[in-house]
Design a protein around this ligand. Structure first.
Ligand SMILES: *Cc1c(COP(=O)(O)O)cnc(C)c1O
Length: 400
């Protein structure tokens, strides 16, 4: 098998194989190149690394532990299931890892405002948190319907001091929030920065967000060696845009013995239009400034997508995942809403861990394959976030 020198990817134009790049107007390309130059200049300096890792340790609570889910593994009867506990991070998920990196970079570059959109509010809360900490203005655009639905996150963003801009146009949801935030960004891209919430968007974001998230896999790999004396046989994570998955996978790309699996949302079923299984069903196209697999209609417009986990319903996916799929290094599978709900409840009741619905997709796939594996095999699952945000929704849905 080929060796994967991650420092060699992407290439200078931001391509992972034929995916990624910068499909943007020249004015914006200039700004993205400046961000890239600034990032490459500071990323390996002691000052930046010390500042970031000090925050990871004392603010986020890293390293997050690896937990052996004994009762769950026994119940299923097969491989050992281990969880990387990103749910224990401050703000409750992996997103804080890259939001802190983006906020620090913005400060180092002298930017005056950090902008972003948010759907369910997870990215908004993590970014507002990072900006409050670093001391930089933050403006989050959010559709009015989402504001209605995601009340606790809206309240948190307000308390954290970010400017929340309600978006009343179009469908009043994520897509319109992206357009609205992007228009504001274009008013002054030199002084503002658009903080993308996953390993998507134009170069350098897929690379930068991956680098910030790679702490997850780096820790996990060492923890497996220290605690179990060996690498896991399989490592898996859910894939929306793909940031928590690439964060885990990066450390294991060169370990040929470790099988890597990304789990996409099959929603109401792959045979229905209500899913977001981009790598499973999509085809090559362009979206939000980069090239990737997308779920698209005949005209190349992104299809409406759906998942029970709002953090996973994106019609595109990070360019590095597209590349890893094509070369066969990572296998991408899917889990539907019902399997996700079942895993959500099973994990809650056998281990006392309420997972985010996003993370429950990875848990569900681990449960599905563990029973056919020997007991000396280990599956490492990235528990990307906790399920506080989903508890009421699930309780209503299941009439608890
Ligand atoms: C946002 C989110 C995801 C999906 O984003 P990725 O970029 O694919 O990781 C997964 N899990 C949780 C808990 C999230 O909040």
């Amino acid at each position: 098998m080929k060796k994967f020198d991650i420092s060699a990817l992407p290439n200078d134009e931001g391509y992972f194989g034929e995916y990624g790049g910068q499909i943007i107007p020249p004015e914006l390309k200039k700004v993205m190149d400046e961000i890239c130059d600034a990032y490459l200049k500071i990323k390996d300096t002691d000052e930046f690394q010390d500042e970031l890792h000090d925050l990871y340790q004392h603010y986020v609570g890293r390293p997050s532990p690896i937990f052996y889910a004994k009762r769950l593994s026994k119940k299923i009867g097969g491989a050992k299931i281990l969880f990387k506990r990103e749910d224990l991070n401050h703000t409750g998920a992996h997103k804080i890892n890259h939001c802190l990196g983006e906020a620090l970079l913005a400060k180092h570059m002298g930017k005056t405002k950090v902008l972003a959109e948010t759907g369910a509010g997870q990215h908004g809360v993590a970014l507002a948190t990072a900006c409050a900490l670093v001391g930089i203005d933050c403006e989050i655009h959010m559709g009015e319907i989402d504001i209605e639905k995601e009340h606790p996150n809206v309240t948190k963003m307000k308390i954290l001091g970010c400017k929340l801009v309600p978006v009343s146009r179009g469908t009043k949801t994520l897509k319109d929030a992206v357009d609205s935030a992007f228009e504001e960004y274009l008013r002054d891209p030199v002084n503002f920065i658009y903080a993308i919430g996953s390993v998507v968007g134009p170069h350098p974001f897929p690379m930068m967000v991956r680098d910030f998230q790679s702490v997850v896999g780096k820790e996990a790999r060492q923890q497996c060696l220290d605690q179990y004396g060996k690498l896991p046989d399989i490592a898996m994570a859910c894939v929306g845009g793909g940031s928590n998955a690439i964060g885990l996978f990066t450390a294991f790309l060169d370990d040929e013995s470790v099988e890597l699996i990304g789990v996409e949302p099959a929603g109401k079923g792959l045979e229905t239009p209500d899913n977001a299984a981009t790598l499973t069903l999509g085809s090559k196209g362009g979206l939000h400034g980069f090239e990737c697999y997308i779920l698209q209609d005949e005209k190349g417009d992104p299809l409406p997508v759906y998942s029970i986990a709002s953090g996973l319903d994106y019609p595109g996916v990070g360019p590095q995942h597209c590349y890893l799929k094509d070369i066969g290094r990572v296998k991408y599978v899917s889990i539907d809403d019902n399997e996700c709900l079942d895993a959500f409840m099973t994990l809650s009741r056998t281990e006392g861990l309420i997972p985010a619905l996003e993370s429950a997709h990875a848990v569900a796939y681990a449960m599905k394959i563990a029973k056919d594996l020997d007991q000396d095999k280990t599956i490492l699952v990235n528990l990307s976030g906790r399920g506080d945000k989903d508890a009421d929704f699930v309780a209503n849905k299941l009439n608890l």
